[in-house]
Design a protein around this ligand. Sequence first.
Ligand code: GLU
Length: 236
Amino acid sequence: GVYTKVIQVPQDKPNYIGRFAPSPSGLLHLGSLVAAVGSYLQSKANKGEWLVRIEDLDPPREIAGATDAILQSLEAHGLHWDKDITYQSERTEIYQEVLDQLLHSHNAYPCSCSRKEIEVLAERGELGMIYPGTCRNGPTQTTRAHFSYRLRTKNAYIAFDDIRLGRRSQHLRREIGDFVIKRTDGYFAYQLAVVVDDALQGMTEIVRGEDLLPNTPRQIYLQIILGYPTPRYLHL
Ligand code: GLU
């Protein structure tokens, strides 16, 4: 007889997973609604899943009631999410594990610099102060009670093709400098959390506002270091 090999696509794993990841630091404004609608439509057009993740990692900037208001706005616009909502505030153990891994592999280091100390030495780039690498070989002020943690950018030059904007690139050390992945106040930085969650949730494509475009090379670099796949990017 004829033997046909059937390659089975797992039924429970869609080939497209997208997301909307609002921070409860404000209500859903027109810009964030564009990101919500855009990511929703891309997911549906690709017969994929659309997940909602609340990025509540920054309590000092959180506005009481914002999460509920955002979810109500999404529902009111007919944007229904698949699966349970995830909350980054419940995932800090995972981020700490990844930070430990990065420290262990010397891709991250503790930094004792205050903002003022950085201002004295740093050059200003288009995206703000470029961290001058003061603590790269060890914290300069060892008596500080709290450190931040930075990712070592080495000589990374990151180029990627945005679906809408085409090729974009950034030389991380020259344009950004070693960047914070855990803050002095103990909260994890957006860059680390977003990369960990996008990977663990299996995102295949990230659709979000163009205001976030300057962050993408940092996130791709983290993906490379952590051995995560890089999703496609579409900035609206
Ligand atoms: N939480 C981020 C924000 O509201 C967006 C994260 C993302 O889409 O990558 O600005």
